[in-house]
Write a protein that binds this ligand. Structure first.
Ligand SMILES: [Ca+2]
Ligand SMILES: [Ca+2]
Ligand SMILES: [Ca+2]
Ligand SMILES: [Ca+2]
Length: 425
């Protein structure tokens, strides 16, 4: 594993030489004052209220900070769902919960059901009222069915601001949605049924086809991954293409069946079942999560089992400033599993930073400088006393200092809590 280089710059202060008048009178030395007690960086946790509907056993969640009632206090929208959602449950197949931050006091505004599984979300102002709206890539996947598109296709969903809360709006045609992004007031959804659907003011508009797995707007362009990485304009003109040569090999996949999957060579590593499953963007830099199973000394006579091979996850930095796909040398490799990560300037120095939402761990926080040198933050982070959470970094309290939001990953004991940060990292 490539270690990140931490460059420490040490400023040496010159020690003053002799000279100057020394007093002839002996002075009783002042006892050194005790060092100041270190102030903890993080305040005591504040728990969000429990839902009225039990969310025990929920499969996973999206937790989205957003000021939906436009009062200057950041609220939270969370979506929970169960992986047996369509068989035994009716009203509680899933739960969309609006946690209102009422001048610093939290209460639940409402709990409703979308009757869909959410996979990804994007925020942006679609109706030009200054309040962020939320678009979800959705489907009816339950973690077990991977059959026909028709079984899994659901209409894309937007939460559209109405000054105090959100209206739930369905758009377009059902798809096995997995990717979504917003640029300006245009929202675009893509799914595994092969649809790309784009809307302005809820009306369909032309859009080039993009991958149902992952795509993002980067600068004025689009970065997209299917066979390889494509950089295209919003009218579909190809600007650059990074081919990932692969061979198909049969392995036993997670569901116990033998299936052909892609094997690629990436920076000298052999990865099975590998590809970019997510892009996140900061200005003209796209950060892609390349995930696969690492294999050493591949033997074509062996049928490998996916779950017995080590997981490999690399965040790959791609600069598109010059309308090309420029893969940077530096990267982040995480050994703990994570689904989501943030690409944002979290300490207000105009350089992008990364926060990986590691499962069962504190978040991985990486600060960068203008040269792209990444330094993992090694200071104190709120520990997860229950060891069932993942952590996000977000200025929930709007004082320009990031706070840590902890979300349980194991939903036998579901919770969302946050720790207010005292000073910027
Ligand atoms: Ca609010
Ligand atoms: Ca809006
Ligand atoms: Ca920064
Ligand atoms: Ca804060």
């Amino acid at each position: 594993m490539k270690k990140l280089v931490c460059l420490a710059v040490i400023f040496l202060t010159a020690c003053g030489g002799g000279g100057g008048g020394s007093s002839d009178t002996p002075v009783t030395p002042t006892p050194p004052s005790p060092p100041p007690a270190p102030q903890p960086q993080w305040a005591s946790p504040i728990d969000l209220p429990q839902t009225t509907t039990s969310i025990t056993g929920a499969f996973t969640s999206l937790v989205i900070p957003v000021d939906y009632n436009n009062d200057g206090y950041t609220d939270i929208v969370a979506h929970y769902y169960w992986n047996d959602w369509d068989s035994t449950r009716t009203d509680t197949s899933d739960l969309l919960v609006f946690y209102t931050n009422d001048y610093g006091n939290w209460r639940i505004e409402k709990e409703i059901s979308l009757r869909k599984t959410t996979r990804k979300y994007a925020k942006g102002d679609l109706n030009n009222d200054g309040i962020e709206d939320i678009a979800f890539a959705v489907n009816y996947e339950d973690g077990k069915k991977y059959n026909s598109c028709n079984d899994l296709a659901a209409k894309p969903v937007v939460l559209l601001s109405n000054s105090t809360s959100y209206d739930i709006v369905e758009l377009g045609e059902p798809d096995w949605g997995h990717a979504v992004d917003i640029i300006d007031n245009k929202v675009t959804f893509a799914g595994f049924c092969g649809l790309t659907q784009s809307f302005v003011n809820s009306q369909p508009v032309e859009h080039p086809d993009v991958s149902g797995l992952t795509f993002k707007y980067v600068g004025d362009n689009i970065i997209d991954y299917s066979e390889g990485v494509r950089l295209i304009t919003q009218t579909g003109e190809t600007l650059d293409y990074l081919e990932l040569d692969y061979t198909l090999v049969n392995i036993i996949t997670w569901n116990g069946q033998e299936s052909p999957v892609k094997m690629i060579e990436w920076k000298g590593k052999t990865l099975i079942g590998a590809g970019f499953d997510t892009f996140e963007v900061f200005e003209t830099t796209a950060v892609g999560k390349l995930a696969g199973r690492l294999i050493e000394n591949y033997d074509p006579n062996v049928t490998y089992s996916e779950t017995e091979l080590p997981l490999y996850q690399e965040l790959v930095f791609i600069d598109t400033t010059y309308n090309t796909i420029d893969v940077k040398e530096y990267n982040i490799v995480e050994e703990d599993y994570f689904n989501f990560y943030q690409v944002a300037d979290i300490n207000n120095d105009y350089n992008l930073d990364i926060v990986t939402h590691l499962h069962f761990d504190t978040p991985g926080i990486y600060l960068s400088n203008s040269l792209g040198d990444l330094t993992r933050y090694t200071g104190e982070l709120p520990q997860d006393s229950t060891e069932i959470s993942k952590g996000m970094y977000y200025d929930l309290t709007r004082d320009d200092v990031g706070d840590i939001i902890q979300v349980s990953v194991d939903f036998d004991k579901p919770y969302i809590r946050y720790f207010k940060g005292k000073e910027s990292l």
